[in-house]
Design a protein around this ligand. Structure first.
Ligand code: ZN
Length: 78
């Protein structure tokens, strides 16, 4: 026989676990999509324009100013 209090505690724990799982999943998904977006977009170091680029491309040309942008985000000097 299951006691009512135990049942409620289980229910609360389950709801809490669900909330935590949902929160984790959402934050993880957001991070993943942001990371993917970041990987597929590149910011021009000359004009600051953000444009889509394949992650494999090492050096890409900016569509606006034709500046060369390397794959890795180097620390900005100054
Ligand atoms: Zn540019």
């Amino acid at each position: 026989m299951i006691e009512i209090s135990q049942f409620f505690i289980g229910l609360v724990l389950l709801a809490f676990a669900w909330l935590v799982a949902d929160f984790l999943f959402e934050s993880l998904g957001g991070r993943l999509s942001r990371w993917l977006n970041h990987r597929q977009s590149r910011e021009c170091h000359l004009c600051g324009k953000t444009y889509a680029e394949k992650p494999r491309v090492k050096l890409s040309h900016c569509p606006d100013c034709d500046g060369l942008n390397p794959r890795k985000n180097h620390r900005r000097l100054g």
